[in-house]
Design a binder for this molecule. Structure first.
Ligand SMILES: NC(=O)c1ccc[n+]([C@@H]2O[C@H](COP(=O)([O-])OP(=O)(O)OC[C@H]3O[C@@H](n4cnc5c(N)ncnc54)[C@H](OP(=O)(O)O)[C@@H]3O)[C@@H](O)[C@H]2O)c1
Length: 341
């Protein structure tokens, strides 16, 4: 396959996704330990909205946005071994997060936030960042894995992985949350999902989720969680709501349970009630996506259970701003994808 010299890419200036700029750029040859990927699909995150508005912490200026891309290898650096032209791959969210704990240096390699991302036709990435896309998934489905799926996997299978029979509470039905439900179910948990929409809750039920709560209709959803668990509380919480949902999560978690602190979509600035957290011996675990090693482990689980990501809507490359607007509208369930090739 011939690889062009001039390719198209988006740039974000931090003045809103409406002003994303589609422009031409020169594609360099891959360095010795890099590959060139032809990007087939990109999935959007809540984070991409933040980057587009210029409110993501320490974001690079005039950045190629988006962290999550899937594509095929079209060129290999001279020293690359173990990969070939045509291999279907995703680069990891943080290019240098190969295994183990995240560090400040690793954080600075986060695609589409600290370093140029994947909303472009071709990208050169280091070979150590590559993960194979499971065979049963399309490029559109594969593009949803690096951030949302891996974050949910890291929560469910971190230092104290959930056990079969555990209760897992998932807030919302967005990208991270739906993967959280699928991964927790595949790992033998009983899952409770909250959402603002009965329609979205029905989709969660269709995935096998055992208990659903509409948090708009039932503002005391934490009490409902306690009822479902016979007063004990849940073992793990996928907490994407942030300050405005944290207090209820502290009520809904069991003594010595785990709250995986992932996002802050519900807003607010309340602090954690420290005495209560101590009295319940809760573990709060901040999650920062995951490593290549965890990505590979996750793909084995997805493959074993033939888990398919929930792709809600697919937009073309030229419709990228419409895709951002759709994500912002919160009409989606699961993932919003931009298809390039
Ligand atoms: N720490 C990490 O490594 C990491 C990785 C990925 C994402 N995140 C963060 O996780 C959050 C979710 O990201 P995403 O990409 O999955 O977003 P998303 O696809 O836009 O989904 C957001 C979902 O949040 C739910 N929600 C909104 N307000 C809520 C509330 N008050 N209570 C409960 N749920 C509420 C909504 O569910 P319903 O529509 O069903 O109500 C919505 O679908 C963001 O804050 C993002 O920055 C963090």
């Amino acid at each position: 396959m011939s690889v062009p010299n001039i390719v198209r890419e988006y740039r974000a200036q931090g003045d809103g996704y409406q002003n994303l700029k589609l422009q031409s750029a020169t594609l360099s040859k891959p360095k010795a330990t890099e590959v060139t990927i032809k990007i087939h699909a990109v999935s959007l995150q809540f984070r991409d909205l933040m980057v587009s508005k210029g409110i993501y912490p320490q974001q690079k200026s005039n950045i190629v946005p988006c962290s999550d891309g899937a594509g095929e290898i079209v060129a290999l650096g001279q020293e690359v071994k173990g990969w070939k032209i045509g291999d279907r791959v995703c680069p990891n969210f943080a290019l240098d997060h190969i295994h183990g704990d995240v560090t400040k240096e690793i954080l600075s390699t986060g695609l589409g936030g600290h370093t140029d991302g994947v909303l472009r036709e071709y990208v050169n990435v280091p070979v150590h960042s590559l993960v194979r896309i499971p065979e049963h998934l399309s490029y559109e489905e594969g593009s949803t894995l690096p951030c949302a799926a891996l974050t949910a996997y890291n929560a469910c299978h971190g230092p104290v992985p959930l056990k079969g029979g555990d209760y897992v509470l998932i807030l919302g039905t967005g990208g991270v949350s739906i993967f959280g439900a699928q991964i927790a179910l595949a790992s033998g948990a009983t899952v409770i999902v909250t959402s603002s929409s009965d329609e979205k809750l029905q989709v969660a039920k269709n995935l096998g989720v055992q208990h659903v709560i509409n948090y708009k209709k039932n503002v005391n959803w934490d009490e409902e969680v306690l009822n479902i668990t016979g007063g004990r509380g849940v073992d793990h919480i996928i907490e994407v709501g942030g300050p405005n949902t944290m207090l209820k999560c502290i009520n809904a978690v069991r003594y010595a349970g785990w709250i995986h602190v992932i996002g802050f979509v519900s807003g607010g600035d309340n602090g954690i009630p420290v005495p209560l957290a101590i009295m319940k011996a809760i573990t709060f675990r901040g999650i920062l996506i995951g490593s290549v090693k965890q990505f590979e482990d996750m793909n084995r689980l997805l493959t074993a259970h033939k888990i398919r990501p929930v792709v809600n809507k697919v937009f073309s490359f030229e419709e990228a701003t419409e895709a951002y607007a759709y994500l912002e509208s919160q009409k989606h369930i699961g993932k919003v994808v931009i298809k390039l090739a």
